[in-house]
Design a protein around this ligand. Structure first.
Ligand code: IPM
Ligand code: MN
Length: 328
């Protein structure tokens, strides 16, 4: 986060920044994940930039899922951040150096709503159910956003990803909604891929994609795969958007744990820097946003391709390098 803010500052855009300590260490100190008063303060911000929130190395004191549900998902739900936008632009050390596609992930429904329960826990007769909630309203606003985004891109090509051959209720709702909304977008070419096939295509032929729209859980999974084949998860940016602007949108690097390098000062800050760039675009600072986007790409192209693996550069050195590029 500090490298991201450093780079934003170097663009000349001056942000009024309020920092909140909301991660695992805050929880371990206070027993609180996100207070109602902090949440309402956040609602008053113009945008939120979210950093890594996981527990310190070796800590077993944070119950699994507590921060995910209590912080990240609570923010996504309460701010109604119904679009999770994840752009993938390949770099020189990825499988797909030239790829340029975007995943529009539904961000407030599906398997993430926490619907279900458990009976007879711990016994041989235990039963667990986990529902996936899909509403016409939720699916339609997501699909419509994806069509509108596709319309603005040169390829104008939108792919629905689901598993309609097995998920016959939710998949049917998604497919029908996708086709009906598509009637309003005759200029956008649309098609459908099963999610398992999409995993093959992302590895073998990611260049076929322009915009993908999909549900919350499929979107979670395929964007990790997409990150891995287009520069690594340390390069993957994301935006949790409320397109109505009723609440502030939230920008975050796509998170994944990296215990092996935690605390060594070698985490790749490019995903955080790119996410901050997308945030500037959302805040109307499109010139600075473009500068960050193009600088990150040319910085990545110029690298030997080895540092992501060997960590030759420190987090701070990468931040300094980017800050220098955007200030020129
Ligand atoms: C992501 C993350 C989250 C998700 C986790 C941390 C709850 O994996 O943003 O992709 O599943 O959405
Ligand atoms: Mn994920």
């Amino acid at each position: 986060m500090s490298e991201a803010l450093k780079v934003v500052d170097a663009t000349g855009v001056k942000l009024d920044v309020t920092e909140y300590d909301l991660g695992a260490s805050h929880y371990l100190r206070t027993g609180e994940v996100l207070s109602d008063s902090t949440l309402s303060e956040l609602k008053g911000a113009d945008a939120i930039l979210l950093g890594a929130v996981g527990p310190p190395v070796g800590s077993n004191d944070v119950p699994p899922g507590l921060l995910e549900r209590g912080l990240l998902l609570r923010l996504r739900f309460e701010l109604d951040l119904y679009i999770n936008l994840r752009p993938f632009t390949g770099v020189s050390n990825s499988i797909f150096p030239k790829c340029d596609f975007v995943v529009v992930r539904e961000n407030t429904e599906g398997a993430y709503v926490g619907e279900g329960g458990v009976l007879r826990k711990g016994t041989a007769d235990e039963v667990a159910t986990q529902g996936s909630l899909n509403t016409r309203f939720g699916v339609e606003r997501c699909v419509r956003f994806a069509y509108e985004l596709s319309r603005k891109r040169p390829a104008k090509h939108l792919t629905l990803v689901h598993k309609i051959n097995v998920l016959n209720f939710a998949g049917d709702l998604w497919k029908r909604t996708f086709e009906q909304v598509g009637e309003e977008f005759a200029d956008v070419a649309s098609d459908y891929n099963h999610v398992d096939a999409t995993c093959i295509y992302l590895v073998e032929d990611a260049l076929r994609y322009d915009v993908i729209v999909t549900d919350n859980l499929f979107g979670d999974i395929i964007t990790d795969l997409a990150g891995a084949v287009t520069g690594g998860v340390g390069f993957a940016a994301s935006a949790n958007l409320n397109p109505t602007r009723k609440y502030p949108s939230m920008f975050e690097p796509v998170h994944g744990a990296a215990w092996d390098i935690a605390g060594t000062g070698r985490a790749n800050p490019l995903a955080a820097i790119r996410s901050a760039g997308i945030m500037l675009d959302y805040l109307g600072e499109s010139e600075a946003a473009d500068k960050i986007a193009t600088s990150v790409l040319s910085y990545a192209y110029n690298m030997s391709g080895s540092w992501l693996d060997t960590g030759e550069l420190s987090t701070q050195q990468v931040g300094d390098g980017l800050a220098k590029m955007v200030s020129q």
